[in-house]
Design a protein around this ligand. Sequence first.
Ligand code: ADP
Ligand code: TRP
Length: 318
Amino acid sequence: MSKKIILSGVKPTGRPHIGNYFGAMKQMVDLQNQFADAEKFFMIADYHALNLIQSKEEMAQFTLDLALDYLAIGIDPKQSTLFKQSDVSAHTELAWIFNTITTMPYLMRAHAFKDAEAKNKEINVGTFDYPILMAADILLYDTTLVPVGQDQKQHVEYSRDIAQKFNNVFNTETFNLPEPLIMKGVEIVSGTNGQKMSKSYNNTIPLFATREEITKAVMGIVTDSSGDVPVNVYNIHKLIKSETELKEIYDKNKGKYKILKETLIEDLDTMIKPLRKRRAELEKNTEEIKAILADGAIKAKTKANAKLLTIKKNIGVL
Ligand code: ADP
Ligand code: TRP
């Protein structure tokens, strides 16, 4: 078996919620801890975010915030390389190379593009090209495993197709094919109104929420009165307690929605408290966070630049 190389990324677009955490970010930490001898890269996808965040102050703030989020949930810079996409220019350079072997109709079939276009016809080229930059992110590191949320599965498939296309066009074995890794049971974490939890739907529980914010969000969970179990409360509860534990709680409190919500508040707070505390500690020393990112940039660049040299040789520009 060849060495595992794990890579994933998150866009710095604001406060993460527990849907982002259970659907995507938690797996990164679990994999880091599970595979001591794998190479691990976790990225702040700031150039992807630039499609949405076009303010100097916001970009700087959200980038620092995301670094804090990663570290607070347990990404350990001793075991993993934590870096900013924009620090490694090989990503955008490889994206250009991939642009030249990818067709427009193929990119037009991407779900994310279709959704964006349905909302706004004046779509920017960066949004259209999003999967190409993501393929470059992944393939520059010879990544074997990409832990992501369900809605990113297609993008990982795109990077496999692009890898294969490159190998065929240039008749080489430059890229291996990365596999997506999606956690079972948390493909779609539902929000306080039962819809998919999302920043855009105003139905989130922030990952680093204060006790007051947790209380407000949970008290606002929409409950219907058709059964004994408030489904929207249960669906969030099952992220943090086992089915057996929940059965006991929900059997004992049939129809008592208020008690069930109070139990959920308590359980969420118990889960979030240590994360909140760790984040507050880290926040006191932003210089150290910047140093971690600078160190990550050096490590990422070393690997990415070496790969880019091979790629450039294989296309005949070197
Ligand atoms: P949002 O919809 O809140 O804007 P993003 O699109 O920024 O979230 O998603 C960031 C990551 O979190 C992605 O990998 C995505 O798959 C995951 N994710 C977001 N919302 C959920 C959810 N409700 N359930 C599971 N995973 C999610
Ligand atoms: N597109 C991903 C998201 O929206 C973020 C991302 C950028 C990413 N580059 C990546 C994820 C490379 C995995 C691998 O969540």
